[in-house]
Ligand binder design. Structure first.
Ligand code: 4NP
Length: 162
């Protein structure tokens, strides 16, 4: 365990709008933590402010529902500086998100900033493709990537906590 990490890991997933990919990553990670019987703090946020206060995109809600999870109550919010002090991990969904997070991250941050698929063996550096202008299949792909990332992250946290 790193020196600053608390017993309850706090993880923030971040995409552009906080209406498609990061709410899916949040839901997938919460479910993976539950399966692993791990207590975690988890949230998601967007770099942009276009969708503040909005529920997830109906296509994101639908793919979560197809996988047994209701995300309809979530509301989009924008990342703020205090998030880098509150969360142990701030995780971007794509490489542009990661670049934006690195620009915003204060020097004395608590958070370690990374890319979701960096936590999946053989997928380091890969982005979760933005499905916003795509079809339902793209949302299925985003869900699958979110689940792979969530499982990889749980495995890493378990190892770190030993
Ligand atoms: P997200 O998807 O970043 O996965 O929430 C997007 C949502 C909205 C826009 C782009 C991506 N947009 O351009 O409004």
């Amino acid at each position: 365990m790193s020196q600053t990490m608390s017993q309850t890991p706090a993880v923030l997933f971040v995409c552009l709008g906080n209406i498609c990919r990061s709410p899916l990553a949040e839901a997938a990670f919460r479910a993976a933590a539950e399966r692993a019987q791990m207590t975690v703090e988890v949230d998601s946020a967007g770099l942009g402010r276009w969708h503040l206060g909005y529920p997830p995109d109906p296509r994101a809600q639908a793919v979560a529902r197809r996988n047994g999870i209701d995300i309809s109550e979530r509301r989009a919010r924008q990342i703020r500086e205090e998030d880098f002090h509150r969360f142990d991990y701030v995780i971007g969904l794509d490489s542009e998100n990661l670049a934006g997070l690195r620009r915003l991250c204060p020097a004395n941050a608590r958070a370690s900033v990374s890319l979701l698929l960096d936590h999946v063996q053989g997928r380091a550096g890969q982005s979760v493709t933005d499905p916003y202008y795509e079809d339902d299949a793209a949302f299925d792909d985003a869900w699958r990537d979110a689940c792979e990332g969530a499982e990889g992250l749980i495995a890493k946290l378990k190892k770190d906590m030993k």
